[in-house]
Design a protein. Structure first.
Lengths: 295, 320, 445
């Protein structure tokens, strides 16, 4: 049996295990590159096309050969978007909401995930089962009672009303539980306990470092979900104190809204996420890589 | 250790040696509750309470316009539902849409994670790139997909008719093409997400296993089958559960795909999912009680679907 | 932020633990009467929030700036939700909880009956507001009636705009088909739906099968309001069995669909938007607010290619329009009432239609329609059509309109969807109608 032609110029010599490798099996070949580049293009295209649509009027987009390049009128449309909606306030609010939700989810769900994975207490399995079950309840239905709850607490219209319901997710608990269960060896924990460490110390010094990849992924996914959430925010917030998705609601106005303005605003609302990816992506993805438990 | 053993007997990469041991000190008898308390307090208040209220609502005839005037109907909403053709239509649509969107999605995510686990130049860039669909606003992305799939002016039909000389497909009105188009949007959106989850789990697999396999002359495909897959098993189970739940609750894509902007899932309800039906009942038709009954019926259906999935996964593991 | 979020969160939890049940107050304790101090409602500084959905253009037309000049102590903040349906969901949730309501809320014609029947006591009764009540005689009677309870005692809001309809058409396409004529001649040929559909067939024959109308929906949504009754009876309850409007509208719309003279486009879809310039159809039922819509979708290149015929098959009809109401629980009730009254006055109604930026809100008040700025208005884009006269003339003919009901919007959606099945899939009209009745049953319960 040989390695595929794509992987290496020289086939791996059959030598005794444990010898220094001649070629790195983890190095990708040209086919890998082609595939990955293709997938990246497909992934990025709609975002790019948002920029194209933000540069052209409805009539221009209707042309027989639709435009494929963005142009400078995107800035003009963005200026119009700013006149219509408090986009920057929306951005700041979204940063607050998404960060709080991310911090809360990662912290609380890691704690609970650890408990479910590595601690023994009465009702553990029942509670975990309950958690997983609740993931299956469709969210949209709870909206009316939730709004009434929020308005009674005086929170309607405030960011807390958006933060609190998403501050923890059953998904997060289940995700962290699955990861910690398989990535943190019991021996490591036992060693800690034998040295007299408390569960909290063990959690902090053993579990958290080992769970970093999963925490990074959960953080990223939670942040993006919170950033793009709009069903509940539209109901409970107002354009006076909007998240970015709610502020888009002010962009399509009049009997004949211009899609270019909506798209320009949408694009502007995606920029912080892109910037965060550009600057932090390396660290986030790097964090995923470094946290790996060897052994 | 020999790589033969590894290749022959797939095992999770770590934590599998949890041999039964008699422990004098079982940690967490009390502290366990402390760890889960923050989660459960918030969760009970803002997620569980509204759901309980919803369950109560499902036993009443209630409309939002006359929210305080509820009439007790017992299980009436549920019996209505089970004899309702719209419910069964949505039920089967949810099933087919779920299958054609999750199965390719998870397979592709696995492959992508495997690819991105290789040392590639600029792999951070690619890893970030594949998350772009998830960062792109769903509304904006759907607008673009709707244009691509437009039967008259869309690029996809243009390619079909001009490049491949095939007949044009009505991606909007015909049932299966419309479902395929929607599942394409779902797949596009969630592949990167799942790939990232797999990628994180791949980090827990010892790279030496790949080296050993490679030294043994295992092809990339065999490495994937015998090192990657077994190492990812718990994560795969996790993503299957999560995707099944996600698919059962599929909502945004079919809602935005409908040119009328209504939650009816096409003019013949040809791609109306259960979540859309529930939305239509509750918000468009203002029958909250019926919608609540749909929500709880959906819950039961998902419980069954997930259990079946888990059973199948377990059975397959036992067989292999 | 400080500790406030924490305190509020604790409060939220406390509310839960105290056993908050789903029963709500609904704000009935608030009075539906109001006293105003001066023209701005209050002498103190106040911020008035206005809840709107996407189709209003108050801000774009400079109305808020103008009001600031008139009432420097009032600051207006607008809360907008793009889609009217999403807006209505949000408003209903807030009405059910009795809190979080804006000081002024917009109510679309399709939903006003629900407010009148189920929430009248949660709104300021405009009949008790002296300035507003004085406006009544200038209002079109049917418009005032739509926002008034059946017993006539309470009026939940003042009308902003109405949607008198004519036919907008592409004169260049008709010329090309050899069927060009003056707008008046065309209006003569289009007096009945039968003659209109006949004209469409001729156009189709003359152009090798091109569609004349955008959709069968164009026929349906116009004709349905030409009967004595549309979707509901006088009590605002859904009743299709006794509706002459629905029967006639369904007949003509399916006729148009089966004759193949429609472009089969879903109204307000992207493909429909693009067809205003692509020439996929030559005519469309055209409430006045459709004019700015067409202009913006087709773009300046099509100026002078579009025109308006001074008439409508089957007589006259109205499509759409809205109201502004003031919740009884509003924080700034007096200031809100003053603002709504001001917006309903002649000058503001005139400006909302004639504005270059966002015209389209045809006045719902007769005095404004008689104003020279409206009556003498022409549209350069629509081949210099005397649009003020055309639409004013149609509005003047509308003495009574069919009653509105609580499920009009939902029922209309169901029927138009089934109509599109006749149009696009060739579904048998009777089967489609039966299906529609079945779906309406799902709504009415």
């Amino acid at each position: 049996m040989t390695t595929t032609a794509a992987t290496a110029a020289t086939p791996a010599p059959r030598t005794a295990a444990g010898r220094r490798k001649v070629h790195d099996p983890m190095r990708g070949g040209p086919i890998s590159y082609v595939l990955v580049i293709l997938i990246t293009l497909v992934s990025v295209f709609p975002l790019y096309y948002t920029a194209v649509m933000a540069s052209h009027t409805n009539a221009e987009m209707a042309a027989r050969v639709p435009p494929l390049l963005p142009n400078a009128s995107i800035f003009d449309n963005l200026r119009k978007a700013f006149e219509l909606a408090p986009l920057n306030l929306g951005l700041i609010n979204s940063v607050i909401v998404a960060s709080s939700v991310t911090l809360g989810t990662v912290a609380f769900c890691t704690l609970a995930g650890f408990a479910f994975a590595k601690l023994r207490f009465r009702g553990r399995n029942a509670l975990l089962g309950f958690c997983v079950l609740t993931m299956m309840v469709p969210m949209q239905m709870g909206v009316v009672p939730l709004y009434i709850l929020m308005s009674r607490a005086g929170l309607a219209g405030h960011l807390q009303a958006v933060i609190l319901p998403t501050l923890v997710t059953a998904f997060g608990v289940f995700f962290m539980r699955q990861y910690i269960a398989s990535a943190v060896p019991d021996d490591l924990l036992d060693a800690g306990y034998m040295d007299g460490a408390s569960t909290l110390q063990t959690f902090w010094h053993v579990v958290v470092p080992a769970a970093r990849p999963a925490m990074a992924v959960l953080a990223m996914l939670t942040f993006l979900t919170a950033w793009n959430d709009f069903f509940w925010p539209i109901i409970v917030l107002s354009s006076q104190n909007p998240t970015i998705q709610v502020s888009f609601q002010s962009l399509a106005t009049g009997y004949a809204p211009q899609q270019s303005i909506v798209m320009a605003g949408t694009l502007y609302g995606t920029i912080p996420v892109l910037v965060a990816f550009a600057f932090l992506g390396k660290h986030i993805v790097g964090g995923i890589m470094q946290g790996a438990v060897k052994g | 250790m020999t790589s033969h053993a590894l290749l022959g007997r797939p095992q999770p990469a770590s934590a599998k040696q949890a041999k039964p041991r008699s422990r004098l000190h079982l940690p967490g008898r009390r502290s366990g509750y402390v760890y889960i308390a923050p989660f459960f307090i918030v969760f009970l208040a803002f997620s569980v309470y509204p759901w309980i209220d919803t369950a109560w609502m499902s036993l009443h005839d209630v409309r939002l316009s006359t929210y305080d005037e509820r009439t007790w109907v017992g299980l009436g909403n549920y019996t209505d539902l089970l004899t309702n053709s719209y419910f069964w239509n949505a039920f089967f649509n949810t099933f087919t849409l779920g299958v054609i969107s999750t199965v390719p999605q998870l397979c592709m995510a696995l492959g992508l994670a495997h690819l991105l686990n290789y040392k590639l130049r600029g792999r951070t860039f690619f890893r970030v790139g594949m998350l772009m669909p998830f960062a792109t606003s769903l509304a904006a992305a759907t607008v673009i997909f709707v244009q691509l799939f437009d039967p008259d002016i869309g690029l996809i039909n243009w390619v079909l008719t001009h490049v491949f000389q095939l007949p044009a497909v009505n991606w909007v009105d015909s049932k299966w093409p419309a479902q395929i188009a929607i599942s394409t949007i779902c797949t596009w959106r969630w592949v990167g997400y799942n790939a990232l989850i797999y990628l994180a789990a791949l980090q827990a697999i010892d790279t030496h296993l790949y080296e050993a396999a490679s030294v043994d002359g295992a092809s990339r495909w065999r490495q994937f089958l015998h090192v990657t897959l077994p190492g990812l098993r718990p994560t795969i189970v996790f993503t299957i559960v999560v995707s099944t739940i996600g698919a059962a609750q599929m909502f945004g894509e079919p809602l935005l795909y409908d040119p009328s902007g209504q939650p009816m899932g096409g003019s013949e309800n040809q791609y109306q999912t259960l979540a859309l039906l529930m939305y239509q009942q509750g918000w468009s038709n203002d029958r909250l009680g019926l919608a609540a009954a749909t929500a709880w019926t959906m819950f039961l259906i998902i419980v069954v679907a997930v259990s079946v999935n888990l059973l199948v996964a377990r059975k397959r593991r036992m067989l292999s | 932020m400080g500790s406030r979020p924490l305190v509020r969160s604790m409060l939220a939890l406390a509310a839960l633990l105290a056993g908050v049940s789903a029963c709500t107050s609904g704000g009935q304790t608030a009075s539906s009467k109001v006293t105003l101090e001066g023209p701005c409602g209050t002498k103190k500084d106040a911020t008035v929030t206005v809840g709107l959905f996407g189709t209003f253009g108050f801000q774009e037309n400079g109305m808020w700036k103008e009001y600031k000049k008139r009432c420097p102590n009032i600051t207006i903040k607008q809360n907008q939700v793009t889609a009217s349906g999403d807006y209505w969901t949000r408003l209903k949730t807030r009405l059910a909880s009795g809190s979080g309501l804006d000081d002024v809320v917009a109510i679309e014609q399709g939903f006003v009956a629900d407010v009148v029947q189920n929430h009248a006591d949660e709104f300021v009764n405009m009949q008790t507001v002296p300035q507003a009540a004085a406006l009544k005689k200038d209002y079109y009677g049917w418009k005032w009636k739509q926002a008034t309870t059946p017993d006539g005692k309470s009026t939940v809001g003042l009308g902003t705009d109405i949607g008198p309809e004519a036919i907008c058409y592409r004169s260049d396409l008709l010329d090309k088909a050899g069927m060009g004529a003056t707008p008046e001649e065309l209006a003569q040929k289009w007096t009945t739906w039968d003659s209109f559909i006949k004209f469409g067939k001729q156009y189709k024959a003359a152009t090798n099968g091109k569609a004349f109308l955008d959709s069968a929906q164009s026929v349906f949504s116009t004709a349905v309001y030409q009967g004595k009754r549309a979707y509901s009876d006088e009590q605002g309850q859904p009743d299709l069995e006794h509706s002459d409007g629905v029967k006639t509208a369904w007949k003509y719309a399916t006729q148009a669909a089966e004759a193949g003279i429609t472009a089969k486009l879903a109204q307000f879809s992207d493909a429909w938007n693009q067809a205003f310039s692509s020439g996929k159809f030559a005519a469309i039922a055209c409430p006045t607010w459709m004019m700015p819509y067409i202009q913006s979708q087709a773009g300046p290149a099509y100026a002078g290619k579009w025109a308006v015929a001074p008439g409508l098959p089957g007589g006259y009809s109205n499509w759409g329009g809205s109201f502004l109401g003031v919740p009884a629980a509003a924080d700034q009730k007096a200031a809100a009432v003053a603002l709504v009254t001001w917006l309903s006055e002649k000058d503001q109604q005139v400006k909302m239609w004639t504005s270059k930026a966002q015209g389209g809100h045809f006045p719902s008040n007769d005095k404004a329609v008689q104003d020279p700025a409206v009556a003498d208005a022409t549209s350069a884009y629509f081949s210099d059509a005397p649009v003020g006269q055309i639409f004013g003339g149609i509005a003047g003919k509308m003495k009574t309109l069919p009653p509105v009901g609580i499920y009009d919007t939902q029922i209309g959606t169901v029927l138009s969807t089934q109509l599109s099945n006749v149009e696009k899939r060739g579904t048998d009209p009777d089967k489609a109608y039966a299906k529609a009745m079945d779906q309406i049953q799902q709504i009415t319960g």
